[in-house]
Design a protein around this ligand. Structure first.
Ligand SMILES: [Zn+2]
Length: 157
């Protein structure tokens, strides 16, 4: 078995879309990023790479690569899942936390879990998504940014 941890942060801005867990969520603010800015999928991607010591998402999908501009993060995740499979591992389960002051994401848990589970080729119950605010403290509390954390367990196929 191999364990992996991932973290990501993005800036919130007053325009653009808000993608989280592969789902477009209605939000007064959008996410600033080279890709679609899906902070949750990025944290999961880094956790998967970390579990097999394969570097990080920035190494495999650099933000200096113009061809990746606006890329759907679901594509990034599916490519990383392919890498994991090629190395002879599959995902056992994922546990994630999103820290954001807004918008309310709880109503979208099921859609996000279904989306992530299908890309990761695991059951919906093998994906855990939690969310909390930052109690109005710091850059998250001021609605300037959003962070996500993910832990993943891989098992040999
Ligand atoms: Zn990111």
């Amino acid at each position: 078995m191999r364990i992996g941890f991932g973290f990501d942060v993005h800036q919130l801005i007053n325009e653009g879309d808000f993608w989280l867990g592969g789902i477009k969520i209605p939000s007064a603010k959008g996410i600033l990023a080279h890709s679609d800015g899906d902070v949750l999928i990025h944290a999961i991607s880094d956790a998967l790479l970390g579990a097999l010591s394969l570097g990080d998402i920035g190494m495999h999908f650099p933000d200096t690569d113009k061809s990746l501009k606006g890329i759907d993060s679901k594509i990034i995740l599916s490519k990383i899942v392919e890498m994991i499979t090629d190395k002879g591992y599959k995902i056992s389960n994922l546990d994630c936390s999103v820290v954001a002051e807004m918008p309310k994401i709880k109503p979208f848990y099921d859609d996000m879990k279904r989306c992530i589970a299908s890309i990761c080729k695991i059951g919906v119950d093998d994906v855990s998504i939690k969310a909390t605010t930052n109690e109005k403290l710091g850059f998250i509390g001021r609605e300037e940014g959003i962070t996500a954390y993910a832990v993943v367990l891989l098992v040999k196929i």
